[in-house]
Design a protein around this ligand. Sequence first.
Ligand code: ZN
Length: 343
Amino acid sequence: MNDALVPFFDGHNDTLLLLHERAAGAGAFLGGTGGHLDLPLARSGGLAAGFFAVFIPNDPAQPPAAAGELPAALEPGYAQRVTHAMIATLHRIERAASGAVRVVRTSDDLAAARDAGALAAVLHLEGADAIDESLDALEVYHQAGVRSLGIVWSRPNGFGSGVPFRFPHDPDIGPGLSDAGKALVRACNELGIVIDLSHLNAAGFRDVAAHSRAPLVATHSNVHAICPSPRNLTAWQLDAIRDSGGMVGVNLHVGFLRPDGLRTSDTPLDVVVDHFVALVERLGIGHVGLGSDFDGALMPAGLADAGRLQHLAQALRRRGFDEADVRRLAYDNWRDLLARTWR
Ligand code: ZN
């Protein structure tokens, strides 16, 4: 990576989903996908590390959900087939990249990737739909490199329930974690897997806060007081994250940024910075980072892909963050959060 660039660590991308939907593989990622994130864009924009999500699309064999409602729980066999395909794609990318992309499992792996100028990939499951309640699959996925897990994407599963995509709306809707969900929290603590609260509803959030020993993390969510989407975090949720020494990654999806919730890329970068400023005021400078949602959402025009991440560094400087603060927000805070969580 070019030394003049501020390195970024991104808390969420859906690039494995984009590759899956196009039936594309390692070659597309290494050569360029035309999407928001690939190896050439990471290099030109300064993206040094990122959480690569396994997001399972709705099952085409199931009836679609009504507008504003959540889809039904997935059939486990379908969820596992898609999960295995997407994990395999990331490992094939690593092999084909000959050292330029590395799946990192420890803080030492992360530091070594940074020293080598490689793109570090943290394998994340966006929803535990592929995991059985005896947690056998969790052990296998951990061995395959999974180091971060959201208990739910917004659809329900055997562990918990998520938030619907309504606007404006409060995240306080639906029941909390099942007993299996609480056991999943304990198992993630034991394995050192990050538990991601983005997409989880308020009752589930409270249950994780009560049962987890790890810092609380929302990898790709914003401030509800600025943009009242149920995907964003209310004051008490932010306080719980702060009290745990946790972390929030700012999501670049315009519908989670804008006070009016409108889905238009004609959204100024200052709105992104507004969320950074509000989060730093509430959590402190060491507990905020990026959680872009690249390849999974609609970006502001000024941050249309990972190649433009230095524009974000510029926008943060313009708002008065000094160079050390910009580097913490861009990279160091995610590195340090993982050091506090992984084992
Ligand atoms: Zn998401």
